[in-house]
Write a protein that binds this ligand. Structure first.
Ligand SMILES: Cc1cc2nc3c(=O)[nH]c(=O)nc-3n(C[C@H](O)[C@H](O)[C@H](O)COP(=O)(O)OP(=O)(O)OC[C@H]3O[C@@H](n4cnc5c(N)ncnc54)[C@H](O)[C@@H]3O)c2cc1C
Length: 392
């Protein structure tokens, strides 16, 4: 055995692929395991596009992480000569008093982000695709854009391989067990591997791993609708930024990537729990289609109301809507990167970097309080056996 640290990554999806890349780049002996091949669309990275934004309604404390993520996306683009992030800006639309609009405004101010605040008349003139009420305002986050998720995961995983990581495709991990020599990872077919540290990045499959049960991550369905634009030119990224609408009929939508359709996700309803991320339904409840038609009629009248495509996907959700990054017990050599609750893709490279730092140094200056697992763990699960054993 060489003297290099051995790190196993369970799940080479959005976050796991990035962790594998960052570990390999650090010279760590890294091995990744996935149910499928990297870049597949069965997990939380499916559906062609993801929003990247800096002015973060989920909390201004994310901004430094988001800036670090943006730098890493650019690094991945340069190192793989692949375009992954298309800049187009993002609009947050709502009333000034809306708490999430307030948070976005606070991000612009506190971090001096490149942005602009438009009242309804100016926003109507610049973005006629949106119907705006007189008391609504539009906050433009200029640094936002659209990411290509499947390509991004594939690019990171292949780069990790080029840098020396080992990738086990179509290799479900069945058991993870701390031992006196390290952490044992058993895969389907009876093979087992031994590591010094293990990162758990199983996305919506989190509840299948007993080790993550105590943080209570649930797989939930997210539905995407692709609808046709009446004047497709008006919905391209150079004139139709990402938009996130608060208040009545909330939704997010992305500019047209194919020159014909716009992708919409409805917000503001309870996302159904999913028992098995591999058996997502192909049809959705009729009330969602009705809601989509209402959103289009009232807020985006330049689109046709009938969806041409409906895609169902799943992500792992925590109770408070923020991810879990760190030691969740029973052994500090096992580190969770999970539960990103519908907004983790943009952060994936920095989450991978944090995972790599936790695995190699035991700490990360990038990790924010909001992602610490302790907030979700009960006292009982905070004192497991083996916690003080340190590195094997
Ligand atoms: C429809 C939809 C739209 C979204 N929109 C946005 C957005 O616009 N912006 C944004 O930032 N975020 C968005 N998100 C959230 C973001 O995509 C997720 O938070 C993120 O992709 C989660 O990454 P992950 O690595 O946890 O999961 P995944 O990418 O699903 O990766 C998990 C991987 O683990 C593998 N795996 C699981 N169990 C095992 C096992 N036992 N053995 C081996 N491999 C295993 C799976 O095959 C998979 O490849 C969206 C999510 C969805 C579903």
């Amino acid at each position: 055995m060489s003297g290099r640290l051995r790190v196993g990554v369970v799940g080479v999806g959005s976050v796991g692929s990035m962790a594998l890349w960052r570990l390999a780049r650090m010279g760590v002996q890294a091995s990744g395991f996935d149910l499928y091949a990297p870049g597949h669309d069965r997990g939380a990275a499916g559906g062609e596009s993801r929003i990247f934004r800096l002015a973060y309604r989920e909390g201004r404390d994310y901004v430094p992480l988001l800036k670090a993520a943006r730098d890493l996306w650019h690094e991945l683009e340069a190192d793989t000569r692949t375009r992954l992030l298309t800049p187009c800006g993002a609009l947050t639309i709502g009333e000034r008093s809306d708490p999430e609009v307030q948070e976005v405004l606070a991000c612009l101010e506190e971090y001096e982000l490149a942005g602009e605040v438009l009242d309804a008349p100016s926003a109507r003139a610049r973005y006629p695709q949106h119907t705006l009420a007189e008391d609504e305002l539009v906050v433009l986050d200029r640094d936002a854009g659209v990411l290509r998720p499947e390509v991004g995961v594939h690019a990171a995983a292949l780069l990790a391989e080029q840098l020396g990581a080992e990738l086990h495709r179509y290799t479900p991990v069945e058991e993870i067990e701390p031992t006196s020599q390290g952490v044992r990872v058993a895969v389907r077919g009876g093979r087992a591997f031994q590591f010094d540290r293990v990162l758990l990045a199983p996305g919506p499959w989190a509840s299948r791993l007993g080790l993550l049960r105590d943080v209570g991550i649930q797989a939930r369905e997210i539905v995407m609708f692709w609808v046709r634009a009446r004047e497709p030119r008006e919905y391209l990224a150079d004139r139709f930024p990402v938009a996130i609408r608060m208040g009545h009929l909330p939704f997010s939508c992305l500019p047209s990537l194919d020159g014909l359709t716009v992708k919409i996700s409805l917000h503001g309803y309870e996302r159904p729990q999913v028992d098995d991320p591999e058996s997502l339904r192909r049809s959705v409840d009729h009330h969602l289609v009705n809601l989509l038609e209402e959103v289009i009629r009232e807020k985006l009248p330049g689109l046709y109301g009938e969806p041409l495509r409906i895609g169902t996907y799943a992500d792992g959700f925590t109770e408070d809507g923020h991810g879990v990054v760190g030691d969740v017990g029973p052994d500090p050599r096992i580190i969770a990167l999970s539960g990103f609750s519908g907004h983790g893709f943009k952060l994936a490279p920095v989450l991978g970097e944090i995972g790599a730092q936790l695995a190699t140094e035991g700490k990360s200056s990038l990790l924010i309080e909001r992602l610490q697992p302790g907030r979700l763990l009960t006292r009982k699960t905070r004192t497991p056996t083996g916690r003080e054993t340190g590195a094997a």
